[in-house]
Design a protein around this ligand. Sequence first.
Ligand code: LLP
Length: 430
Amino acid sequence: MNARQTAQPELAGHPHFHYVDGVLHAEGVPLSDLADALGTPLYVYSRAALHAAWNTYRDAIGERPVLVCYGMKANSNLAVLKEFARLGAGFDIVSGGELKRVLAVGGDPAKIVFSGVGKQAWEMHEALMAGVKCFNVESTAELARLSDVAQACGRTARVSLRVNPDVDAQTHPYISTGLKENKFGIAIDEALEAYQTAASLPGLQIVGVDCHIGSQLTDISPYFDALEKLLDLIDRLADAGIRIEHLDLGGGLGIRYTDEVPPSPRALLDRVFDRLQARGLGHLHLMLEPGRSLVGNAGVLLTTVQFLKHNDARNFAIVDAAMNDLLRPTLYQAYHGVRAVVPRGGAGQVYDVVGPVCESGDWLAKERLLDIQQDDVLAVESAGAYGMVMAGNYNTRPRAAEVMVDGTQYHVVRQRETFDDLLRGESTLP
Ligand code: LLP
């Protein structure tokens, strides 16, 4: 903490967001200035925080053969993608739309993996023509479609099968993906047969084995439960004459929203490489698809208190951001820290922070001790991942603007939606 900083506590897990002279800053920019200049709700990202998160992976990897494909569903703003492209990242995409975004920022198609359970033929076609590195295939029906599409355009699709290892990621059920009851992947018991099918199809070339067991993992052990099962599979594939070049362990490393202590990329990688060596599979290349851990704590959502309302049971801070801006609290009962951009320093009261949308489920935070008044600006923490990308227009609310801070400068990286934007494409009957 430098001399100019007050005694405000740092934001949990947010490098590059801190209080200076009693005002919350992103890098060198006071968030109060951004709220004044650009209005709220406003997503604010820190370029330095994105780089810092990337460097955690880069430093953990060292010289080891690892390709990090940013799970861009977490935040697909072009400015965010461009930073990662500049840093040499690959991209994990799940739609033709995401492919277009990567190509729009000049991302390297040879570092793209295409994931997702429901790829359509046009999406496969565009990815093949772009020359993506690999398709993570989730069913035998998808293998057949991909082979057909590849043949029709004279290409060979490099494939990895997404295997469902049936492990419990010990996270929220909606973001747990590696259990039998989830729709994702090919059951590990059926994987060998699916690989044999893939090997028999003319448009495909097998290159990898893939899994993604869930998101916001705060315990490392589920990765290793999955890893051992995948390594057993790779051995069985070798016995069947099917050679694997890479292993993709998906994304999932958690971040600190409150007091979590998620595993570091280094802890994960060191142990994975130990296991690969121990199993005689040191030649395998590794891929990771982190989303949240690269962007989650690089962003906050600014919102302004509209009214304070008190009844017998509760105090409500009604703010101008809502579930349409940040869906995570109501969808997953997710915790996001909330704090005043310019704290008043009094004892405060316990508030539910809620939006203006006509739903009781429209809340951002529950039971938070805050000393606030009408018109105060609040920062909702850890909003860089699965924030703006999950925003919608419910109640005909334009989506927020997004701004990227870079040192003492800032750049609007998405304009606030206008009402004309909202009505575009709609019409009434003649
Ligand atoms: N790879 C695949 C195949 C995925 O399905 C996901 C996330 C990732 C990588 C990136 O995972 P991450 O590193 O971000 O955990 N909307 C939820 C999270 C859904 C995650 C979906 N898949 C949330 O707000 O918590």
